[in-house]
Design a binder for this molecule. Sequence first.
Ligand SMILES: C[S@@+](CC[C@H](N)C(=O)[O-])C[C@H]1O[C@@H](n2cnc3c(N)ncnc32)[C@H](O)[C@@H]1O
Length: 362
Amino acid sequence: MSQRALQKRIISATISAMDEAVADSLRKTLPAQTMGIGIADLGCSSGPNTLMVISEIINKIYETCSQMGIPLPELRVSLNDLPGNDFNGIFMLLPEFYRNLEKENGVGPEGCFISGVAGSFYGRLFPKMSLHFVHSSSSLHWLSQVPPALCTKAGKHLNKGKIYISKTSPPSVLKAYLSQFQTDFFAFLRSRAAEMVAGGGMLLSFMGRSSPDAAAEVGSHQWELLSQALMSMVLERRGSTLSMPPTTPHAEEVANIVEEEGSFIINHLQGFEIDWDGGPTNNDDDNNNNNVVNGFENLSRGRRVAKTVRAVVESMVESHFGRDIMDELFRRYGELVDQYFSKTRAKHINLVLSVTRINSCY
Ligand SMILES: C[S@@+](CC[C@H](N)C(=O)[O-])C[C@H]1O[C@@H](n2cnc3c(N)ncnc32)[C@H](O)[C@@H]1O
């Protein structure tokens, strides 16, 4: 299962929560809105998943409007990601998307205005009170930066030899990651609070952990194995200061930040498990993504995970250690993951958070 198919599986697992959140925010905001509905997908990436999410949201809006007996509102759909994202790749898919929309809902481009918004979701992206529903999947565990507190003022790296929180990391490392997540997630909520109308809803899903202990195996072990693969090749020799910017918060840490920020109430906050490689691959997700053609199906589970992780972190690792070691590094990593799979069911925890904007005072 490729990275894209893994994310698609995560999106599918959250569809019923998303449908509920869309319908709820429409019921709370529709009577008041006259300027159409503002929708944003944050960290949309580029590829089939991007428009799949949007089409699901739009279908639910149309279904809810018809149940409420009100005319379809105009939709303003904003697709956000960092400036380096391939927005053109998404725009190329729009003609087909609009053809399908017209077929399914009788609405063409004149009823649904789609645009790309480049920038970090840790800051403001949209005008005040312009959004009714916000979605983000598999993106918010990416911190805005590697926690600066991982390095002391004297230049000492506190997590030497590790690239994420591990069982041997000192408490200061756990604190540094948590503190960066608190800063980032607070800034995210504060920005959305300004941009969303009262009653608007947000459905967020991102990687987390089930144990209150940040060094517990579940949630961090994938990085521990990558550390081991690196260690076997270069770390000791060059002295690594590479740290990973994704993190895995616990539900309680997330809930505390929502409460502290104060603009949203939590409707639903839950974790679900997903295998590192998304589980068995004999489904049509992978066929759609040409994995069979690319030989992805024939790889061992560990090598599939290695390929998926490589796609996400290679540029970061390469900038520290150079291109030469990449093939060997991810080969060793795949082997370690295979060994790990032979002993245990390796899984991630994904958190799903649904919130409603309670008042508009920013
Ligand atoms: C793993 S992809 C998820 C793509 C898609 N949402 C999905 O579920 O299939 C994560 C995306 O988040 C984006 N991202 C990470 N940090 C971001 C930030 N601060 N602001 C906007 N996008 C960000 C990345 O560029 C990447 O495209």
